[in-house]
Unconditional design. Structure first.
Length: 370
């Protein structure tokens, strides 16, 4: 099997346990391949924790679950120094953060000083305890969940913490048919997923995703989308000038390209087309934009601005050259600067995958504008 088939086989194994949520599963797999972290946001009881645990079971490697609570302290996550009276010395006890897959469950139930304990691990892939630095294992991914509907006993993530996540993935209710399938499946013995990968397999897939070709004009398209979040007037959206206090940072531009490469690999290509970048744009950008006070007073959300930007920024044309059957599955990409309708549009109709694109009531466009 090639890489795309192996990844699809892994997702099929996850679907033995998880009903529906196809878009969620795809986006989490993109984060794994792109070495990014994911924030899953949705109401209680829709399978966020079960999804993360099942993916970790299928992909292999070590798994750690941290239940965030108001009385948690940073040492509970990264570790601490422990005094041993028998030896009259300090030993370092490493915390649960050093695992291949870390589930930060209900991350917004812990105060900011605890949330910030993840910053070094997520950004630098290491933790420092008492002057000693410990590297995180490879692969390393933090999958956090949070409940957006509660306002008491929760602590919203600071902007710097949210920016460490490659994607914020909204998780919606299942469809009626999916919920019937869930009930029918769970009233019997709950299914179990089998382990299909080891850590070395995931590292090999990540390295393969790193080698996916990105044309300069496709990278420029990602940068133009991010620049438009800082100044919507660049793409003619004068009505949204001043609606965002802060746009996305260069980390978002890097994330768009990395996520686009991972998605291209999952779709069986060795090159990125603008549609790949477009399809991950909402998930990569939606948590990085901060609405201004004027926008909040006018009832304009950051989601509304983001959807308008994605509908407006045009993409370059990318064509391929096929030089024979030996490279037919991996043609050389050639691009021009003229905008065009991209290849392989992805449908994100909620009726198909059970996930609303976002919570603002807008419809995220399913095809990149030409």
């Amino acid at each position: 099997m090639n890489s795309a088939q192996r990844i699809e086989h892994a997702l099929f194994e996850v679907r033995r346990v998880i009903v529906g949520q196809a878009r969620l599963l795809e986006r989490v797999m993109v984060c794994v391949l792109a070495r990014g972290h994911a924030l899953l946001e949705g109401v209680p009881g829709i399978g966020k924790t079960l999804t993360v645990r099942t993916i970790a079971d299928v992909l292999g490697g070590s798994f750690s679950r941290i239940q965030f609570t108001p009385d948690l302290i940073p040492a509970d996550i990264v570790g601490t120094r422990i005094y041993r009276a028998s030896t009259e010395s300090f030993d370092i006890e490493v915390g649960p953060i050093l695992a291949n897959f870390v589930l930060a469950d209900e991350i917004n139930r812990a105060p900011a000083k605890v949330q910030s304990a993840l910053l070094e691990a997520m950004g630098e892939r290491q933790v420092t305890i008492g002057g000693t630095t410990f590297d995180a294992p490879s692969p390393f991914i933090v999958l956090a969940t949070q409940n957006p509907i509660e306002s008491e006993g929760v602590y919203p993530l600071p902007e710097a913490q949210r920016d460490r996540f490659l994607m914020r993935i909204p998780v919606d209710y299942p469809s009626a048919a999916e919920e019937r399938a869930i009930v029918a499946r769970m009233h019997r013995m709950a299914p179990k997923a089998s382990r299909l990968f080891e850590s070395e397999d995931i590292k090999a897939l990540q390295e393969e995703a790193d080698g996916v070709y990105v044309d300069e004009n496709v990278s420029d398209y990602a940068v133009r989308v991010v620049l438009a979040t800082r100044n919507p007037a660049l793409v003619g959206l004068d009505e949204f000038v001043g609606a965002l206090a802060y746009g996305a940072s260069p980390r978002a531009s890097i994330g768009l390209v990395q996520a686009g490469k991972a998605l291209a690999l999952m779709r069986g290509r060795r090159y990125v087309i603008p549609q790949d970048v477009y399809d991950v744009s909402y998930d990569v950008l939606n948590h990085r934009l901060v609405p201004s006070l004027d926008a909040l007073a006018d009832g304009v959300s950051s989601d509304e601005v983001l959807v308008a930007i994605l509908k407006t920024v045009t993409a370059p044309k990318v064509t391929t050259i096929d030089r024979g059957p030996s490279i037919a599955t991996n043609p050389d990409p050639v691009s021009t600067a003229s905008p065009s309708t991209p290849e392989e549009p992805e449908s994100i109709d909620p009726s198909q995958d059970g996930d609303e694109p976002h919570e603002a009531g807008e419809s995220e466009p399913d095809e990149v504008p030409a």
